[in-house]
Design a protein around this ligand. Structure first.
Ligand code: AMP
Length: 287
């Protein structure tokens, strides 16, 4: 894999690829790559001719009390993983290369970004929308791969692309989990052994909500939430932040569960904040 540090080098590299009629795949990340990231890269490799991974801990998307400084950074480990997954080029720019001066521009998405993570992390999604738009501007026309793990982010990226007519096809990839159900996340590394053992409770809570809908025919979102909260309450190490039932397109809370919904949870285990989500579809009630 080729490692470059200047955004313009990526622009040139991908322009040349496109001029040879190669399809470009883009996998934006914060680094600290794991199996979830590798699955995005592998998917991109199957669908594109040249795959670029970006590794940038984006200061715009971290709140002042969040983990920007301590976020894990290990370029040689990341490069090895990107290479193993089949990526062709890694862009790992220093902050000064991305933002030679303080950016005054923000891309801001309304509605979708207000509940859930948006409400808990003011400014976060403006930071995400801005960096993703910038990376798309650097990369040019491409397929861009995002994980369902960050479901609200995925919806936001789709909306930025359609609202701004960006020449990007957004490809959603399923969440990769540990054998015990914990969604892979760079932040999992913050947890000690006891915290790590407690962490799958978030997924159990999602499964309890999914079972309520799919097996017990529960249609009242409040009752689905109650099932999720009950499952979450069994792990004292979890400080649950939210457990919600939401429309899979706009994240509003439905009055009744009558079609596919998204179940989303967030919480803290010790000092580590984790999020997760699954889809749930009520059984067909027709004749
Ligand atoms: P991050 O480096 O955490 O910003 O993640 C970069 C991309 O990888 C985003 O599109 C995430 O949704 C995706 N991703 C992170 N964790 C997972 C996972 N466990 N499974 C699938 N995709 C993931």
């Amino acid at each position: 894999v080729i490692v470059i540090h200047q955004p313009d080098q990526l622009r040139t590299f991908l322009n040349e690829a496109r001029s040879e009629r190669q399809r470009v795949g883009l996998v934006p990340t914060l680094g600290a790559l794991h199996g979830g990231h590798r699955s995005l890269i592998r998917r991109a490799v199957t669908e594109c001719d040249v795959v670029a991974v970006t590794i940038f801990v984006n200061p715009l998307q971290f709140g002042p009390a969040e983990d920007f400084q301590s976020y894990p950074r290990d370029l040689s480990a990341d490069t090895a993983q990107a290479d193993e997954a089949g990526a062709h080029v890694v862009l790992a720019p220093p902050v000064e290369a991305m933002f030679p001066e303080e950016p005054l521009t923000r891309v801001s998405v309304r509605g979708l970004t207000e509940p859930l993570e948006g409400w808990r992390r003011p400014g976060h999604f403006d930071g995400v929308a801005t960096i993703v738009t910038k990376l798309f501007a650097i990369a040019g026309p491409c397929c861009a791969y995002f994980g369902e793990k960050d479901y609200q982010q995925l919806l936001l990226v789709r909306r930025v692309v359609s609202d701004l007519s960006l020449p990007v096809v957004v490809v959603a990839c399923p969440t990769v989990r540990e054998p015990d159900g914990l969604a892979l996340s760079s932040r999992n590394a913050y947890m000690n052994a006891e915290e790590r053992a407690a962490a799958p409770v978030l997924y159990w809570s999602l499964l309890a909500g999914k079972r309520a809908i799919e097996e017990h025919g529960v249609t009242n979102p409040g009752d689905v939430r109650a099932a999720m909260l009950e499952a979450a309450s069994h792990e004292k190490r979890l400080q649950l932040d939210y457990a919600e039932v939401a429309d899979p397109e706009d994240l509003t809370v439905p009055n009744v569960v009558s079609g596919e919904v998204r179940l989303l949870v967030a919480g803290r285990i010790g000092r580590t904040r984790l999020i997760d989500n699954v889809a749930a579809t009520p059984p067909d009630m027709g004749g």
